[in-house]
Design a binder for this molecule. Structure first.
Ligand SMILES: Nc1nc2c(ncn2[C@@H]2O[C@H](COP(=O)(O)OP(=O)(O)OP(=O)(O)O)[C@@H](O)[C@H]2O)c(=O)[nH]1
Ligand SMILES: [Mg+2]
Length: 301
């Protein structure tokens, strides 16, 4: 590539923010066509800031996935998650504010107020338009939002079906500064294999657990070593109470076994290697409301 084209590259950070469960992580995965962030039908799945890097011939968009902002929960873990999201808003070139099409809740309103304070260029994404029937209902919704707020652009999409993602990508790109690439062209995320492994286990757990249990567990990779062409991984699932431990293990260990099998299969695909996965469930009293326990489990600002 010549110097000339290098200097016309547009590169920068785009934070994807919104209340829990609107589809932020699904959207980033769809834009990258790779899974860099876990997703689930339950709110508060993402707990950290995670970079997803998209390099094309004329741009590099560094998407910042963020935990869903939630002002109702006040546990230490939740405060950590809100800080992670707020911090992302401050540091980026563009804010991609995600809501669900045809829904505008008081929670969305509060997130918007926070974004406004940052004075960053903001693109409003109306996600899940595949659920809107008839589609003509979208127009009045868009008109009203455009009238009441000051967005740089409003883009309806379906992250799940991959609809209208090109329009969103160009809206983001056009608001990035001209600069050299910020990361190597082949780099997809800032997160290493250990983080990815822990997140995949957590995703499989969230999918199978109900009520408060998904929110009271955390996964720690104890060991991850390649030996004889096999990746040996041993992980601890931390919960807060004996009752939660029993639920995670399941009758005759059935739930834990399913989680292990499904996480292992996905790791093998992702790492391109055989995986031997061992899971242990342990109790750490009230870890999710204890700053020191959080830090020791990797929830560090
Ligand atoms: N119908 C439909 N469902 C979607 C779409 N995008 C995401 N979802 C679903 O919405 C749910 C939440 O998706 P996530 O990507 O985990 O949402 P999130 O905003 O990252 O959630 P948190 O990390 O908890 O803040 C999942 O069940 C997704 O499959 C979409 O375009 N259409
Ligand atoms: Mg998420």
């Amino acid at each position: 590539m010549t110097k000339d084209t290098e200097s016309t590259l547009r590169c920068g950070f785009a934070a994807v923010v919104g209340r829990p469960n609107v589809g932020k992580s699904t959207l980033i995965n769809a834009l990258l066509r790779r899974k860099v962030s876990i997703t689930s039908p339950k709110p508060q799945t993402t707990r950290h800031r995670i970079l997803g890097i998209k390099s094309t011939s004329d741009a590099q968009i560094v998407f910042v996935d963020t935990p869903g902002i939630n002002y109702a929960e006040t546990r230490a873990l939740n405060r950590y998650m809100n800080r992670a999201a707020h911090g992302a808003i401050e540091d980026v070139d563009v804010v991609v504010f995600v809501v669900e099409a045809l829904k505008w809740s008081p929670q969305d309103q509060r997130v918007e107020e926070r974004i406004e304070e940052s004075k960053r260029p903001t693109i409003l994404v109306l996600n899940k338009v595949d659920r809107v029937r008839p589609r003509s209902k979208l127009l009045p919704f868009i008109d009203k939002l455009a009238k009441d707020h000051d967005y740089d652009e409003i883009v309806p999409v379906s992250a799940r079906r991959g609809e209208n993602l090109e329009a969103l990508e160009s809206a983001i790109k056009s608001r990035l500064p001209q600069s050299e690439r910020l990361f190597p062209e082949d780099m997809l995320t800032d997160r290493g294999d250990r983080f990815v492994a822990a997140e995949l286990i957590r995703e499989k757990l969230i999918l199978r657990l109900e009520q408060e249990v998904p929110y009271r567990l955390s996964v720690e990779i104890e060991e991850m070593v390649a030996r004889d062409n096999v990746m040996h991984i041993s992980a601890i699932i931390w919960v807060e109470r004996p009752g939660q431990k029993a639920i995670v293990i399941g009758r005759k260990g059935e739930l834990l076994k399913q989680v292990g099998t499904s996480a292992r299969r996905e790791m093998e695909r992702l790492f391109g290697q055989r995986v031997d996965l061992r899971l242990w469930v342990k109790i750490k009293d009230e870890w999710s409301d204890n700053d020191r326990a959080l830090a020791s489990l990797g929830y560090l600002d």
